[in-house]
Design a protein around this ligand. Structure first.
Ligand SMILES: [Zn+2]
Length: 321
């Protein structure tokens, strides 16, 4: 399908890279930033295909059919190296493997490509080693760092990258992506799902609609008990949990203001819960909690301790209702 067709939205980023490629002026390292679930990793893989495709299309896109494209699709191309964190960290050993990989000329493609997913999870020694790689770029190579928290990367690394900011998808684009990955045809459900993932269809992964609703019910239940769900085990899960609570608070607020307008709710299946709980909440409290959670989410980017964050939320909940 190629970069142009597989990737929905992100037209500015496509143009920048395709123009640079056409003019043979690609940077040696790119940093793909933006919230998770917006398609950065798929974009990076599609771009890798294009760089090594044997029969690019008339639109200068990859053919998605040649041996090289197929090997990249199955993560089996000798000139592509993808680094992913293990237990939430990228260690120096992984960066040494990158260096070894880049020390050899392309094996069968035109370029050697390294993709570092969640690059901000490189620890100190990995970051320092990686910086050396950036200072002496290998010929015919391209590195793509992917991060939803780029401010956690060393400034010296960031300054050596060409940065592309991936924005959230709009509702129509999100629905298009969901249609491709989920077997749901019903427009109404697709619209609810699109609103739930707030421009980041990737966060739904292969999760089924029923499972997502279950998850919302369990979060709503925890909210009623004034606790953070037990399922939250790390910072990433807490961020995810906060995203969902924010949706629930928005719905509770709307139920409180317009008690009979079920159709304006994002998770309308929780209407019964909303009606019950909205009577316990006053509007000022909901708005205050909403703002506090958005602020907290911002602080999470600076590695705030999980149990401090959890206590903070629980004490806010207990304070006011
Ligand atoms: Zn191809």
């Amino acid at each position: 399908m190629g970069l142009l067709n597989t990737i929905i939205g992100h037209n500015k980023e496509k143009n920048i890279l395709l123009n640079a490629l056409k003019k043979d002026r690609l940077a040696t390292t790119y940093l793909f930033c933006g919230e998770s679930g917006t398609g950065k990793r798929t974009f990076a893989l599609e771009f890798a295909k294009l760089l090594n495709c044997e029969y690019p299309t008339a639109e200068s896109d990859s053919c998605d059919r040649c041996v090289s494209c197929k090997k990249i699709s199955s993560n089996n191309h000798p000139d592509l190296f993808v680094v992913t964190p293990e237990s939430n960290v990228i260690k120096i050993e992984a960066i040494r493997e990158v260096q070894e990989f880049l020390s050899l000329a392309p094996y069968e493609g035109r370029k050697k490509i390294v993709i570092v997913d969640d690059a901000h999870l490189m620890n100190q020694s990995a970051s320092n080693a990686f910086l050396k790689t950036l200072e002496e770029p290998a010929a015919n190579s391209l590195i793509i760092l992917i991060s939803n928290l780029p401010e956690l990367l060393l400034e010296t690394i960031r300054s050596r990258c060409f940065r592309l900011n991936f924005s959230l998808l709009n509702e129509a684009e999100t629905i298009q992506v969901l249609k491709r990955y989920l077997e749901i045809k019903e427009e109404g459900i697709l619209r609810i799902l699109a609103r739930l993932c707030m421009g980041r269809p990737g966060i739904l992964g292969g999760t089924e609609y029923e499972e997502i609703l279950d998850e919302f019910e369990s979060i709503a239940d925890a909210l009623e008990k004034k606790t953070v769900s037990d399922r939250v085990k790390d910072r990433i899960e807490l961020e995810y949990w906060i995203d969902r609570i924010i949706i629930i608070l928005r719905d509770i607020l709307l139920t409180r203001m317009y008690p009979h307008m079920e159709e304006v709710l994002i998770v309308s299946n929780l209407y019964g819960f909303y009606s019950r709980i909205s009577k316990k909440f006053d509007i000022d409290f909901i708005i205050k909690l909403y703002t506090q959670l958005i602020d907290l989410k911002r602080s999470l980017k600076f590695n705030i301790n999980l149990s401090i964050a959890r206590n903070y939320i629980e004490s806010r909940l207990n304070e006011q209702y």
